[in-house]
Design a protein around this ligand. Structure first.
Ligand code: VGL
Ligand code: ZN
Length: 179
């Protein structure tokens, strides 16, 4: 049963000091690194939010978010605490205008790459629980994969208090294991 680790958007802009900082986002780096180095996963995939300048998800265009993760800028780099060595595949997402691009499966090669490696199970970690982790995990479920979310290796934006907890509940209800 080949399993992949999906590290979602562990980037400077989603960490403290970044443009769209997730509270305590930097506290999960150690857990993500130890999972990635564990040897438990046949494939380690990292996604990055990789928006063009003036993307439709930015407030300047009427979108919900401040400017963040503009491709090829420091904010879109991996957080320095993330060990990049174990990463086998990188997926750049959020590049298409007109969509917020929350899911790592949206307009990317991720489904094809997982299928190519015979992956039938994924563990999802990273940022942010209530947006990109949630939507990536939901798409993985829709693709028929067995999905685990490691609750100790995700953190959320919580625009409304409780959003992250509700996201994990929704994922459980849809069939994910939240451990
Ligand atoms: C994300 C908001 C906007 C995320 C990305 O990675 O969860 N959130 N773009
Ligand atoms: Zn984004």
């Amino acid at each position: 049963m080949p399993e992949a680790l999906l590290i979602v958007d562990y980037q400077n802009d989603f960490n403290p000091g970044g443009a769209l900082a997730v509270s305590a986002g930097d506290t999960i780096a150690g857990r993500i690194n130890s999972l990635a180095r564990s040897g438990r996963y046949d494939l380690v995939v990292a996604t990055r939010d990789w928006h063009p300048p003036h993307h439709s998800s930015f407030a300047e265009r009427g979108g919900p978010w401040p400017v963040h993760c503009v491709r090829e800028t420091p904010g879109a780099e991996y957080h320095p605490a993330l060990d990049r060595d174990p990463i086998d595949v990188e997926i750049l997402k959020g590049q298409v205008d007109g969509s917020d691009g929350y899911s790592g499966f949206e307009d990317t090669e991720l489904a094809r790459i997982l299928a190519e490696h015979g992956v039938d199970a994924v563990t999802v970690v990273g940022l942010a629980t209530d947006y990109c982790v949630k939507n990536t995990a939901l798409d993985a479920l829709r693709a028929g994969l067995s999905v685990t979310v490691d609750a100790g290796a995700v953190r959320g934006v919580d625009v409304e208090p409780g959003d992250s907890e509700r996201a994990l509940e929704e994922l459980r209800a849809e069939g994910a294991a939240v451990s």
